[in-house]
Design a binder for this molecule. Sequence first.
Ligand SMILES: Nc1ncnc2c1ncn2[C@@H]1O[C@H](COP(=O)(O)OP(=O)(O)OP(=O)(O)O)[C@@H](O)[C@H]1O
Ligand SMILES: [Mg+2]
Length: 471
Amino acid sequence: MSGRDPCLTGGQEGRILIVDDEKSMREFLDIMLTSEGYDVTLASGGKEACELLDSETFDLIVTDIRMKDIDGIGVLKKAKAVDPQALVILISAYATAETAVEAMKEGAYDYIPKPFKVNEFKRIVQEALASKKGLDTKGHEKPGGDKYHFGLLVGESPQMIKIYNLIEKVASTSTNVLISGESGTGKELVARAIHQLSERKDKRFVVINCAGIPENLIESELFGYKKGAFTGATTDKEGLFEVADGGTVFLDEVGELSPTMQVKLLRVIQERTFTPVGGREEKSVDVRFISATNKNLEKEVLEGNFRKDLYFRLNVIHIAIPPLRERIGDLPLLAYHFLEKYSKEFGKDIKKISTYALDILQQYPFPGNVRELENIIERSVALETSNIVLPESLTLSNLQQGRISQNRRRTDIGPEGIDLEKVLAEIEKEYILKALELSRGSRERAAKLLGLSPRSLRYRMGKLGLVAHKQ
Ligand SMILES: Nc1ncnc2c1ncn2[C@@H]1O[C@H](COP(=O)(O)OP(=O)(O)OP(=O)(O)O)[C@@H](O)[C@H]1O
Ligand SMILES: [Mg+2]
């Protein structure tokens, strides 16, 4: 597009125009994007940018919002007038939600609030340029089509596809299934999907929360009772097993069952019969058991807390749902799924999640898994006053946010090994860029932050290819 030889730019391809009237910020963005291999042009204000836009073409324009002559919205309007497909990212520390709304209405690709993280910024730039080429935009827009869904289950990660296949396979049988996974991973949803796809779908799906029914009531709840069995038993009452006859019993939190109930349940599973409390006659039922646990049941067995024979009966087929952080690729899909759901519910017209907000979510470890994501999106839709979900309206706990940065660096060494020099250089680069960001481009202050002399910093920057364009 720029007509330049892409080989000259090294790594990433793309002509980027940076517009900022603050010199240190301009230089900082320049260093950051040049070091990634982009072809960077600088403009020291809105007016200069508009003039450049008349004579040159850019793949992406990154502009500050607040500038003295022509502001970022003005640059955006100009860019769109020259080329309606122009990609513009706005940055500002001062922008309020209204500015962001205005920017989005004028067709900005995204809006990034300051301060931002170097890696997140780089990723947004990369995604913006990829979207221009029609490449994967990592869920920036809600993808269409049904392959992302399996009934009510949303997700297209290899792990979820495997689960969909398993659900389909077990649905046609009556075998017992044990579903394990952390809280909020979708265990109940998977259980319901199995029931819905099975021949039992027209009969009941009965949920029994093994942790929620008081010990002294659990037997009468499950097996029912005969009139006169105890004080207050004025009539016969059907138990939940009978209600579920022909259908599915979902034993939620099965790891919480008391030892006595474990024995009784084992008998029902083995004999398919039970006796109501206070009754003498056995009743027989035809139910499929699907159990769920967020405990490691195998460990519970080894520790003597859960009967081994019952474990084997329940665990004929095992479906393990991985935590959301291990299938983070599903996050954009899920986030957009919940955005649609709650926008409709609250009568709002929010159709987009800002890339920056999505990036923040993708760094978050989600101890509460999909349920937590759903709650976060629900709250942000309720709070949001613009037509886009912005980072400000995400309510992640501070404690967890603090951990995000710690979780980011991995020390994995795969079977193919690593190139330590390269890895260390990357880390060094990240720290230098971070220090430059914190010192707003001042190399002297950055050197101080890094415990280096200015000379040593200059040397390292040269070695790492972090040398700014002269303008
Ligand atoms: N893959 C998914 N697609 C869409 N929604 C999901 C998915 N997984 C979970 N959810 C939603 O997240 C919430 C929690 O799911 P669910 O109740 O099935 O989790 P759980 O594993 O049973 O949690 P717990 O162990 O706390 O009982 C529900 O509102 C559910 O609709
Ligand atoms: Mg549950």
